[in-house]
Unconditional design. Sequence first.
Length: 235
Amino acid sequence: MSKAKHVEIREWIEGEIHSGRLQVGDRLPTERELMERFAVSRNPVQTAMSKLVETGLVQRRRGSGTVVASTGLRSSLLRLLRASTDGPEVEGLHRVVSTRVVAAENHPLSADLFPAGTPIAELVRIKLDSFSAGIVVERCVLNLALAPNILNEDLAALTTAAYYTSIGIEQLHASSVLSATHLSTEDAEHLGLDTTTPVVRQMRTLHTGNGLPIERLEMLFHPTKLTLEVTQIEH
């Protein structure tokens, strides 16, 4: 079954944005240009534009037409900095790359966090956009002594902080460090980038209410496919 014309138009514009051919501030083709390109009337074009405005990808500006407002998904930076128990930090599906169990001292993310000999699980996942392209590499190390059955969960859908709460570990405290970094060859491949492209790196550490470390999460963000934003209410 062929797609509805407004869906075809919307997906074409999304593809132009996600690929980088259209950047933030760039003007989209006019309604007339889209009508000619897709051989349609005005109505499917207007429907496609309305859907794009709703998602926050584009914005209508007086005197400028319709312009790109975001190059991809939007996520609250404040949500990323805390331990979310009501859903994933970045919306979307995961692809699980690998899991393994090692001693804490044998992993660079956990060597300074957990006592030597602590069994830790490493979970590597890729957050995917609507085109199944990588937007975030997530590398998590967690204390198996506190969450021994976590690897039996549906890891593609798992939100770790919510899982800890579900097994009785509450009052989680998060601390984060944001920095710029370059990707390893493997991580660059996951995000469709080269190793010379700088990205934002978040390192977030979770502690239980009594101060025991339970998790360290490294997140590497694609520089154009995800917009991090902060909304502040002024009084």
